[in-house]
Design a protein around this ligand. Structure first.
Ligand code: CP
Length: 306
C-alpha cells in the first residue's frame, strides 16, 4: 500500500489505514537508525528543502537527519538571510526553490493554513511542520509511534492532553488522530485555553487536573504558547503551575505504568516538574528519537519511491 497523497498537511483527513501505514513504515526505518551505518539510498537524487519561518530545534533537525539518512540532498533555507526580507512572498519563494528541482518542501510557518496554501501553488510535495495554532501532523505521528512502541493499543486508550490546548497545533493533530484510532481523549486545562466545540471531536473537557488524570495511560503535557496567546490567559504563571503543573504526586493518580509525554520545548517547573520530566515514566526523549524514523517514513512515502 502507498500513501496516495502529494502532501501531508493535516491528520484530519487521514484514514486509520494511512496512519498505520506511516507508523509501520517508520518501524522499518527505526531498524535502519539503530544500525552502525544509519543510511539507505532510498531518496538518492531527490531534494528536500526545510523552509522554517519560525524557530525549531527538534522538527528541523530531525527532518534534516531523516532526509540525509535516506540519502536525499537537503537545503536548510533561512528566511532571515533570504529575499523574504525584501518582501518576496512565501509562494514566490517556494516557486523559485521548486524551479531548482526541490521534490519535497517542509514548511513551518506562523500562519494557520500556510502549508495548505503553499501546497495548492507548487507541484512539489509539501509537509506541514507546524502552521500557527492549526496542526503539527508529524509531531502527532511520532507521538502515536511512541505510544505504540510502548505496547499500548489505541482502542480504548485513555489519553490526557493537559494545558494550553487552544493554541497547540500538536494537541489538535493528536485529537484528530487519537479519536480516529478509538482512544478516549481527555482535555484538561483552564477554560481560557480550551478551543470551542472540541467535544464535537469526541474529546471530554476537564477543568480539574486531578480529576482528568484519574486512570489515564498516557499524559501529554503542553507548553503555554505565550507567543500565540496575545494576552494573559491566566492570572500568574505560578498559579497556573500550581493548578495545572504535572508533579510526581499527580502522576500517581494515573494508571500505574502511565507514560508522560511532551512535544517540547519543556518549561521545567511550569507545566512539568523537573523530576517528572526526568523520571522513568517520561518518554520525552524517546519521542525525539522516534521523530527521525517517523519523518524518514513520511519522506519516503510522499516521495513515491516505494
Ligand atoms: N515539537 C516541536 O515542534 O519542537 P520544535 O519547535 O523544537 O521543532
Amino acid at each position: 500500500m502507498s500513501l496516495k497523497r502529494k502532501d501531508l498537511l493535516s491528520l484530519a483527513p487521514l484514514s486509520v489505514e494511512e496512519i498505520t501505514l506511516i507508523l509501520d513504515t517508520a518501524d522499518s526505518f527505526k531498524e535502519v537508525t539503530g544500525r552502525e551505518i544509519k543510511k539507505v539510498p532510498a531518496l538518492r537524487g531527490r531534494t528536500v528543502v526545510n523552509l522554517f519561518f519560525e524557530p525549531s530545534t527538534r522538527t528541523r533537525t530531525s527532518f534534516e537527519l531523516a532526509a540525509k539518512r535516506l540519502s536525499a540532498d537537503v537545503i536548510n533555507f533561512s528566511p532571515s538571510s533570504s529575499s523574504v526580507v525584501k518582501g518576496e512572498t512565501l509562494l514566490d519563494t517556494a516557486r523559485n526553490i521548486e524551479a531548482m528541482q526541490a521534490d519535497i518542501i517542509v514548511l513551518r510557518h506562523p500562519s494557520a493554513g500556510a502549508a495548505e496554501a503553499l501546497a495548492r501553488g507548487v507541484k512539489s510535495s509539501v509537509i506541514n511542520a507546524g502552521d500557527g495554532w492549526h496542526e503539527h501532523p508529524t509531531q502527532a505521528l511520532l507521538d502515536l509511534y511512541t505510544i505504540r512502541q510502548r505496547g499500548l493499543s489505541f482502542e480504548g486508550l485513555k489519553v490526557a492532553i493537559v494545558g494550553d490546548v487552544a493554541h497547540s497545533r500538536v494537541a489538535r493533530s493528536n485529537i484528530y488522530a487519537l479519536s480516529k484510532l478509538g482512544a478516549e481523549v481527555r482535555l484538561i486545562g483552564p477554560p481560557t485555553m480550551m478551543p470551542w466545540g472540541v467535544e464535537r471531536l469526541g474529546a471530554r473537557v476537564y477543568r480539574n487536573l486531578d480529576e482528568g488524570l484519574a486512570g489515564v495511560q498516557v499524559i501529554m503535557m503542553l507548553r503555554l504558547q505565550l507567543e500565540r496567546q496575545g494576552r494573559a490567559l491566566f492570572p500568574t504563571i505560578r498559579e497556573y503551575a500550581r493548578l495545572f503543573g504535572l508533579t510526581g504526586e499527580r502522576v500517581k493518580l494515573a494508571d500505574p505504568g502511565a507514560i508522560v509525554m511532551h512535544p517540547g520545548p519543556i518549561n521545567r517547573g511550569v507545566e512539568i516538574a523537573p523530576e517528572v520530566a526526568d523520571s522513568l515514566s517520561s518518554v520525552i526523549l524517546d519521542q525525539v528519537a522516534n521523530g527521525v524514523a517517523v519523518r524518514m517514513g513520511i519522506l519516503y512515502l510522499l516521495s513515491g519511491a516505494n
